[in-house]
Design a binder for this molecule. Structure first.
Ligand SMILES: Cc1cc2nc3c(=O)[nH]c(=O)nc-3n(C[C@H](O)[C@H](O)[C@H](O)COP(=O)(O)OP(=O)(O)OC[C@H]3O[C@@H](n4cnc5c(N)ncnc54)[C@H](O)[C@@H]3O)c2cc1C
Length: 396
């Protein structure tokens, strides 16, 4: 079957020349550098090679959202998500790594910004986020890990546990949430949580902190840690933002995280679609290419339409964020829809590949496993639905 797709209509106005150039750069890097690494390392659960992280740094990817005065690219969430989508087409973990730069939502003081952001922008200083605990996943306000101030030195002494801290070992700093006080009113558990900047040497854990890697089923390339704190000491000025107000810091700026996770979902779904199209044009059964079978053709149409719908909503959310317009409901919607779509599309891609799709020889199984995670982290699908329905109906 020979077929040349019709030329696309004029590029939409929001895809400026600069954006298209950035997208093309990320696409090329993703295809030429990340994809072979992902195909080799994901099946053996290997860690990202340092040279790949350095190349991302050289292209400025860790500083997309960081202002130019601190050495970043000074761009917006739109550009950040364009790059995230492209990286995810090769390996969702790498577009997760992108978020370990870019200030990770910050909360830094001006002094910390001046000291740290130039290093973050160059990838010299990458972070991890320790929010979740065994009993505080969706219910973030239930954090039990404690930070107590030593009255003699002013240092903060951390005791307790954290779960699911991705990149804790390789990160140069961890944004750690711990309880600094307990409000007597049980309805106000979200009060009394503070955020801390835990600076550490890359590749090690400091005294008073140990970790065990989680036995996860995907999102390879880096490890996700259960952490134990037994008297870890942090300097008095390690607190980020206002004491006891860490919950609000954790939930502020969630729109960016949701748009970014939507971009990740869209990228891996797009990869699964393209792999499926290529496979259907190659594989023959009943003396026909799979691409001749109407049922499979309709699957492709369905996958492509759903991906594009999510992508356009993501562009809208990014534009709203970049222009300072309110979009909490829409950000929850795109995170929810894109994650659900990615699971469905990648599952269809496995189906189109038949038995081959159920092996580690084809990337669709990786996309399928990774898509599954997008429904769970960064606020699960149920939590997004709760946000959307509360916004429409009011809280029950
Ligand atoms: C691979 C991986 C990497 C991660 N990386 C990080 C990281 O770097 N840093 C970090 O802090 N965390 C990280 N997380 C944690 C992640 O954010 C949590 O897993 C997520 O918030 C869900 O929490 P939970 O696992 O405790 O599930 P639970 O909160 O126990 O939820 C279980 C189920 O109940 C549903 N549910 C919960 N509450 C409600 C409700 N009110 N209404 C309806 N349904 C509800 C959930 O949607 C889910 O389906 C990671 C998780 C994974 C799996």
């Amino acid at each position: 079957m020979t077929h040349k797709p019709r030329p696309r209509p004029d590029t939409p106005h929001y895809m400026t020349e600069d954006r298209r150039e950035l997208q093309a750069l990320a696409r090329q890097f993703s295809h030429e550098v990340v994809l072979p690494i992902a195909n080799e390392l994901d099946p053996v659960e290997g860690d990202f090679p340092a040279h790949m992280v350095e190349q991302m740094a050289d292209m400025g990817f860790f500083g997309i959202l960081i202002p130019e005065e601190y050495g970043g690219l000074g761009l917006g969430v739109f550009e950040y998500c364009l790059v995230a989508e492209e990286l995810s087409r090769a390996w969702m973990s790498v577009s997760g790594l992108l978020a370990r730069g870019n200030g990770m939502g910050g909360g830094f003081s001006q002094e910390q910004e001046q000291r740290l952001l130039p290093k973050v922008a160059t990838g010299e200083y990458l972070g991890a986020f320790a929010l979740s605990e065994a009993e505080a996943g969706s219910d973030v306000a239930n954090i039990q890990c404690r930070a107590e101030q030593d009255p003699d030195t002013g240092e903060w002494v951390i005791t307790g546990t954290k779960m699911w801290c991705t990149y804790a070992d390789q990160a140069d700093y961890i944004i750690l949430f711990a309880r600094t006080s307990t409000d007597p009113d049980p309805a106000k558990r979200h009060r009394g949580i503070s955020a801390f900047l835990l600076e550490k040497d890359r590749g090690t854990f400091p005294a008073g902190m140990t970790g065990t890697p989680a036995r996860k089923i995907g999102y390879f390339g880096w490890k996700t840690w259960d952490l134990n704190f037994d008297g870890l000491r942090l300097p008095a000025d390690a607190i980020l933002g206002e004491q006891d107000r860490g919950f609000y810091q954790a939930v502020s700026g969630l729109e960016v995280g949701r748009a970014h996770t939507a971009a990740r979902s869209i990228g891996l779904a797009q990869a699964a679609l393209e792999d499926s199209v290529a496979y259907m044009k190659e594989r023959e059964q009943f003396n026909h290419k799979l691409a001749d079978f109407q049922h499979l053709r309709y699957k492709i149409a369905d996958m492509a339409a759903k991906i594009e719908a999510c992508r356009q909503l993501m562009y809208h959310v990014c534009t709203q964020i970049d222009t300072g317009a309110r979009c909490d409901r829409e950000a929850a919607m795109v995170k929810y829809l894109a994650a659900e779509m990615a699971e469905e599309v990648t599952s269809q891609a496995v189906q189109i590949h038949g038995g081959a799709g159920y092996t580690k020889d084809f990337a669709v199984e990786r996309h399928w496993r990774d898509a599954r995670l997008t429904k769970i982290f960064e606020g699960s699908s149920e939590i997004q639905m709760r946000i959307i329905s509360d916004d429409i109906l009011g809280r029950s």
